[in-house]
Design a protein around this ligand. Sequence first.
Ligand code: DAH
Length: 329
Amino acid sequence: MDTLLEKLKNAQNSQELEAIRIEALGKKGIITQKFSELKSLEGETKKELAKTLNDFKIKFESIHQEKKTQFQMLELKLALEQERIDVSLFTSNSHKIIGHPISYTKDRIIAYFTYLGYELCTGPLVEDDFHNFSALNLPEYHPARDMQDTFYFKDSMLLRTHTSPVQIRTMQSQTPPIKMICPGATFRRDYDLTHTPMFHQVEGLVVDKGDKASFANLKYTLEDFLKYMFGDVKVRFRSSFFPFTEPSAEVDISCVFCEGKGCRVCSQTGWLEVLGCGVVDEYVFEAVGYKNSSGYAFGMGIERLAMLTCGVSDLRSFFETDLRVLEQF
Ligand code: DAH
């Protein structure tokens, strides 16, 4: 029994401690067996052995408990030192999402911009030609109108092809400074792996008096936003063309699937295009009667961002209401 106590005192960790406990007091342990031998004894001998065993058990258990607490504290301290969690790190893209991927992505975008003080605006789905096209510097017969295959009603009314008309409506009803985003449904005559006739965009617009709103502000905001959405990605601005912004840019992030090495999703380029943006064209300010103002705007497809965050390759699966697909998120 003394050897057992000696071994117990010399145990170096919880595992060794547990092994000795089993050796002594486990089902087939040395002391347990001695306890069962009591049955066959009688009188003083029985009494004496019972006392010795009980005294031993009490002593053993008290040392065991003390050492156990000691090891637990040590192991906790070690784990805390080794497994530090940096809560300021970006999360991975494979996080569990809540609700439908589209609403989830939309809510995350809204959360970012409203936190920065952007006002949440809305506009009609059935638009007129002026707000959807002309005021955005897409006059009749402008070739860029073809890029947005439109669903027309009678009398030049149409289903809005983008959320940009809400820029025009907001500027018409407010005066600078303006800081707004508009999430909402948009419509185009398209249907394939990456297009559906109804999809969602988020438009953003910032306007200030004088030359306060600059491309540098736009660049900073979008870079920060994309890191918030996608984690530690690289962001690049590529010069592009939109009739309503000058200069214009398309924004890419390093591919979230191959981390920029090149894969099927990014067509081996290492980059994924995620949004369009630019400095508000003077013509747009003229159309809403603004003078001496500066601004920037951006537009992004919610489905595209949702596909990238949720790793979905067929956009149509978002809308086919197949619960087996949706439940995966
Ligand atoms: N309206 C554009 C589209 O539907 C997206 C867009 C690009 C909006 C650039 C903007 C912008 O405000 O500046 O493709």
